[in-house]
Design a protein around this ligand. Sequence first.
Ligand SMILES: CC(C)(COP(=O)(O)O)[C@@H](O)C(=O)NCCC(=O)N[C@@H](CSSC[C@H](N)C(=O)O)C(=O)O
Length: 358
Amino acid sequence: MNSSTIASPDENEYFETHSAPPNLPELSRIVQGFVLRHHAAGRHVVLVSSGGTTVPLENQTVRFIDNFSAGTRGATSAEYFLEAGYAVVFLHRQFSLLPYSRHYSHSTNCFLDYLSEWGRIGEDGNQAGGDVVVHSKYRAQMLDVLRKYRRAKEGRTLLLLPFTTVTSYLFLLREVAMQMQMIGNGALFYLAAAVSDFFVPPDRMAEHKIQSGDLSGAPETEGAKPATQAAATTKETGAGKKLVIDLDPVPKFLKRLVEGWAPEAMIISFKLETDPNILLYKCRQALERYRHHLVIGNLLSTRKFEVVFVDKEGEQWIRVPEAKDGEEQIEIESLIIPEVVKRHEIVMSAKKDGPMAG
Ligand SMILES: CC(C)(COP(=O)(O)O)[C@@H](O)C(=O)NCCC(=O)N[C@@H](CSSC[C@H](N)C(=O)O)C(=O)O
């Protein structure tokens, strides 16, 4: 089934008026090989999306709108899926947190603080003596992370796919979903990425950097769209120049994923809110709108300590106890992923023992 047979006009138009990532054909071949290999080995495959997508305001992008996400949810979840025996396609915001390196790449203290002494590097670049030594207090954790990282690398069970813009995210998500169709409900989608809801349509995209200053005396710019057409323009007001932005809604890709790109897969989306009073309502609304398996709701302020699973049966809160003094804070993903895996197994066995079975 190709994606255009089930697409809605707004989705078709979105993909027809935007350019796919230039390396999409190559990435598609890599994903196909990854999915085939792990399916043949009897391994389930999960697509974990992670990080925020951007919406450029100019073709030659200087300014863009970003969505909040450090990538902790996605990168940490990917580690626990790997430990649960899944192969992971990690569709992530470029330069956001990655599985395993997340422990050291973005932490407040510099990675070098974990090392207690440096070997003396000789003139010719050869080690002149001495060794790089990890502080004893970090050694156990670092060895544990290193071993797990190596296992994923040697088993090639982790495939990293970077995106930046919402357009590259949507093209990649659709491509991976099409390649995962071959594994039916052995495929799991865990959509933790913070996806843009609004974008600047190409025909209203300014070509050059939006000017904040006065250009009255400047030479004409070749080929630039008249500012009036652009979706993001500056407007003279009594208080000086204002930036006025007029965006269109991004097609509801989740609906396309459920109805066409991955009709047999188990699909889980995350719902991010800041107001606790509307979280459950918004989760249920998403579930009714997209008819997928599960919505995991979380509040920006407590996302590391509690989430709520909302499905057609009801809701189930998952919370981690506050860490006692001197104790490591439990990662809530260590509780989320086993519950997701349990539900995925139920979905897979239900399909196997379906109405025709027995
Ligand atoms: C982003 C966080 C909070 C993790 O944070 P980090 O650990 O710092 O990375 C994640 O848990 C989450 O809620 N992700 C989902 C956030 C999100 O934007 N969800 C969308 C639904 S997915 S985008 C769906 C699209 N708009 C459509 O309707 O088709 C929403 O809440 O509306």
